[in-house]
Design a protein around this ligand. Structure first.
Ligand SMILES: [Zn+2]
Length: 97
């Protein structure tokens, strides 16, 4: 018996597709989400992947911007049985004198 463990991944926001030998989650720089690092979903799974734009003041924090210059907080994957969230946590920085 030969077991085919390949996983077929697609992106709902662009034409990118991959085939892997394991069940690892796949991410790619998605042109459909202005270059953000976005997850792929298993082929055949109904899902929506969307970017969540930051709505509060950025100030001096280092945040993730998309290719259109918008500050993005996270990328959310919504499926029929739940959702996942990839967070772009803002970071602080210091300057030494
Ligand atoms: Zn994509």
């Amino acid at each position: 018996m030969i077991i085919d463990a390949r996983q077929h991944w697609v992106c709902p926001n662009c034409d990118h597709a991959e085939v892997t030998a394991g069940a690892d989650n796949r991410f790619h720089a998605c042109p459909g989400l202005a270059g953000l690092l976005a997850p792929m979903v298993l082929d055949g799974v109904r899902a929506r992947v969307r970017a969540v734009v930051r709505e509060d003041y950025v100030g001096g924090e280092d945040v993730q911007y998309d290719g259109n210059g918008r500050p993005v907080m996270s990328v959310v994957t919504e499926r029929d049985n739940g959702q996942d969230c990839a967070v772009f946590a803002p970071t602080a920085h210091v300057r030494s004198v």
